[in-house]
Design a protein around this ligand. Structure first.
Ligand code: 5GP
Ligand code: ZN
Length: 136
């Protein structure tokens, strides 16, 4: 399953060269061309899924195992002090390439990056409403 015109399909299948740090039959892991920090990597499935909603459960499970392995490698080889795992779905959430990918972002002291959000202050009732909406 490859989508015509999708840059990550072409990279994942090896049609466009990339700085690959891992590859198997189903995934390719590449260095981001505009890295947030040294070692910023992207896990790409070779099949085209636009986002997490389209991803099948088996691939989803494998991606997190791969993320765990890569995290250990980053920690050991790059000596990062921390690590963020980021995965954007939809334009509003910051997705710019519409082929599912997971960011592995090693973190270093004074790396100048900030990955975060403004904290909300919901009331107890508001939290309970959301809880009921999600589970209902
Ligand atoms: P998103 O914003 O969709 O979560 O992340 C897309 C990421 O892909 C960005 O961090 C961007 O730097 C990276 N990127 C976009 N095009 C290319 C490319 O052609 N090659 C590589 N290695 N990374 C890319
Ligand atoms: Zn694709």
């Amino acid at each position: 399953m490859k989508k015509v015109g999708c840059i990550f399909c072409r990279i994942a299948k090896g049609d466009i060269p990339s700085k690959t740090i891992y590859e198997d039959d189903e995934f390719r892991v590449i260095l981001d061309l505009s890295p947030a920090t040294k070692g910023h990597a992207l896990i790409l499935p070779k099949n085209h899924y636009e986002n997490i909603y389209e991803l099948d459960e088996e691939s989803a499970a494998k991606i997190f195992v791969l993320a765990k392995d890569l995290s250990m490698k980053m920690k050991g080889k790059l000596k990062c002090e921390g690590l963020n795992i980021v995965q954007n779905n939809g334009e509003i959430a910051g997705q710019t390439v519409f082929h599912f990918h997971m960011h592995i972002i090693p973190r270093y002291k004074d790396d100048g990056q900030h990955i975060g959000w403004k904290q909300g202050k919901p009331t107890e009732d508001e939290l309970e409403d959301v809880r009921k909406t999600i589970i209902g």
